[in-house]
Design a protein around this ligand. Sequence first.
Ligand SMILES: Nc1nc2c(c(=O)[nH]1)N[C@H]1C(S)=C(S)[C@@H](COP(=O)(O)OP(=O)(O)OC[C@H]3O[C@@H](n4cnc5c(=O)[nH]c(N)nc54)[C@H](O)[C@@H]3O)O[C@H]1N2
Ligand SMILES: Nc1nc2c(c(=O)[nH]1)N[C@H]1C(S)=C(S)[C@@H](COP(=O)(O)OP(=O)(O)OC[C@H]3O[C@@H](n4cnc5c(=O)[nH]c(N)nc54)[C@H](O)[C@@H]3O)O[C@H]1N2
Ligand code: SF4
Ligand SMILES: [Mo]
Length: 740
Amino acid sequence: MARLPVSVPDLVRRYGPHLNRAPAGGWAPAGEPDRVVPTHCCFCGQQCGIQLKVRRGKVVGFEPWEDFPFNRGKLCPKGVKRYLQDEHPDRLRAPLERRDGDFFAEVSWDAALDRTAREIRRIQDRHGADAVALLTGASLTNERAYLMGKFARVALRTPHIDYNGRLCMVSAAAASKRMLGIDRAANPWSDIPRAEVVLVVGANVAECAPITTDYLWQARENGARIIVLDPRLTPIARTVDLFIPVKPGGDIGVLNGMLHVMIGRGWIDRRFIADHTTGWDEVVEAVKPYTPEHGGAIAGVPPALIVRAAELWGPAKTSFLLHARGLEHHAKGVDNCMAAINLVLASGRIGREGCGYAMITGQGNGQGGREQGQKCDQLPGARDIENPDHRRHIAGLWGVPEASLPGKGLSAVPLVEAIHEGRIKGLLLLCFNPVVSLPDGNFVREALERLEFFAVIDFFLSETARYADLVLPGALMEEDEGTTTNVEGRVIHHRKVVDPPPGAREDWRIVCDLAARLGAGDKFAYRSPAEIFDELRAASRGGVADYYGITWDRIDREHGVAWPCPTLDHPGTPRLYEGARFHFPDGRARFQPVTWRPAAEPTDAEYPVVLTTGRVVAHYLSGTQTRRIGALVDQAPQPVCEMHPKLAATLGVADGDVVRIESRRGAITVRAQVVRTIRPDTVFVAYHWPGDRSANTLTVRAIDPVSHIPEFKVCAVRVTKVERPVDALAALPPEAGGLR
Ligand SMILES: Nc1nc2c(c(=O)[nH]1)N[C@H]1C(S)=C(S)[C@@H](COP(=O)(O)OP(=O)(O)OC[C@H]3O[C@@H](n4cnc5c(=O)[nH]c(N)nc54)[C@H](O)[C@@H]3O)O[C@H]1N2
Ligand SMILES: Nc1nc2c(c(=O)[nH]1)N[C@H]1C(S)=C(S)[C@@H](COP(=O)(O)OP(=O)(O)OC[C@H]3O[C@@H](n4cnc5c(=O)[nH]c(N)nc54)[C@H](O)[C@@H]3O)O[C@H]1N2
Ligand code: SF4
Ligand SMILES: [Mo]
């Protein structure tokens, strides 16, 4: 039977037609707080310190937490408004079960959990353990991420678990592991202000890592030169020394081109290369063809900009290279990152004060979430599921035979393809909203309709949850306790601030209850997240991401502890690779030759414009959370299609006109925003919205061969003006979760 999403009218019938956005003052009781609890923002990887105000057991507001060293009280608009989720009327407060057709009925927790276990068993008995899969997320705490990896391998015995970090951090991870040995930002952010030159590649720092702006400004105060590569003149790019408006997918042209110039001018640290690296000669060979002219042609920029970038970066004494998804979201994402690391290694500026390299990790627990074993090829401690020693260590700790641990499973996009093909028939999903966030949205929706059984844990009814057979109401970050690991590798403590609302439960409780129903209760007998953390410490012990020496008490005392931290008296490791020792048996970093290749879907006569996608400051990821917060919705009520006046003129489009954007996979209708801050051959649409406004209706289902990251940053589209905009706008689905 085809599974259709539960319809908006049905939801309105059941839950009332309230506006699904919190009023400015929130829903909670007014008055002075009874308590103020220091904790962290639930959103991006900066994990800012924030204090939440509590009155009569409800979160009623926030205060800055000025002692927390990373952000010193500074917050962005999302952090300031996040508390409005707590008492939001859209919070799910009872398990929902799909009934014939497209509506949900409330059921008891026992009925919901029993049915979930029964369906999983039925599918596994008939089709094998690997017919059931798990999709999870990097907004989960370390404890929950660890629990999900164990649940897949021990309770479900399926190899198929993967997480939404597959759409995010994996290209950077693969490049860092290959070349430096460890998948983590190499330096603490305090090294940024000490750098003479900072190169920022594909990162919209001001909107997506807002606190990092402050670090860049400190660097600038100290005289640093800043270079930005981005197809858009982003807010941070407006203040820098050199802006290179690279064509989406063209970064290798600039990065290899810079190295070409640096070799020619002798701006290379030959001593460092000889003593601490391998593979340099292959890189020299690979960048030979990348003259500034050739690099410039690939990147769609004047060659002089590449020369200028090399002049700034090459001779500097200290430097910091930062990149984010603009470099990584490509079917050549790993190669892109490797080209960036080649530049860092060639200059020998890493592992010292003011000499650094980092990917700007995206999700709240984007760092910890990629270490604890919820990736399809990974066991806790960033261990390898195919390494016999690693398997033995974890199997021993879990008290299961090593042979019972499944092998490597499918990563997120192939996993959804396997659902589409009918090979995977049951899915449990939490902390992931693939209907909005995976590429080629129509394909994703078709896949979910084919599942025999689908359960979702979420605190709001996400667009994906509407396809579920069962929705289990989960808890917000401040309603549970645990740790996350911030952008710098600093492990921090999220305190439990309030209880979940009546009817909702913490993820870990739900999962442990399910494990018990699946006959694995003895392996999931945790009484608290603290017990899970203790097991996680032991599981990570001796691994790359070693948390053994980190305790919640230490975190509270020391404002976080950076891993690796192998013993209780170890100070933690804010800066990796000190003394130029890299994480390989010989201690040497590995240069990797990189050659540019075109995007998976180049433009052509039929689809002549490049579409690139990303974010705006007011919204977070698939928008399930921020599209419910009034002030953030007011700041960015709808997606817009950013386009240059030159392109607008050829299309006959004026600012504010409604345009239709079409790719080979679908079409969306949004308003045009005509701006001089984007390349004339490229349009940009933020992806935080669902339905007819979902950028991912357009994007291409092409993935990097190594990391399996989707190519969110390039596909081919055509843009046309909608002549009868009133009709077109009337056809737009209602805002947000659809309850408005
Ligand atoms: N406000 C807000 N902040 C967030 C998030 C959010 O949803 N909203 N999400 C968090 C998460 S999970 C992530 S991953 C990060 C993402 O943080 P970023 O990676 O900084 O954000 P994006 O908007 O995805 O893309 C960054 C930039 O890449 C540019 N770009 C596109 N194609 C290319 C290219 O080929 N080369 C180069 N050099 N640049 C290109 C875009 O123009 C854009 O300005 O943000 C985190 N912070
Ligand atoms: N076109 C395009 N697509 C993109 C990107 C892009 O730049 N362009 N960026 C990609 C990137 S970098 C990312 S990270 C992904 C993110 O994409 P998703 O992971 O799909 O985005 P989220 O909005 O975080 O979805 C998480 C869901 O889990 C819920 N949730 C949050 N925290 C918890 C929790 O602790 N427990 C439970 N049970 N549920 C929770 C939220 O309510 C939400 O419904 O999107 C990717 N998609
Ligand atoms: S969204 Fe990120 S930058 Fe904004 S307050 Fe939260 S953690 Fe800080
Ligand atoms: Mo991300």
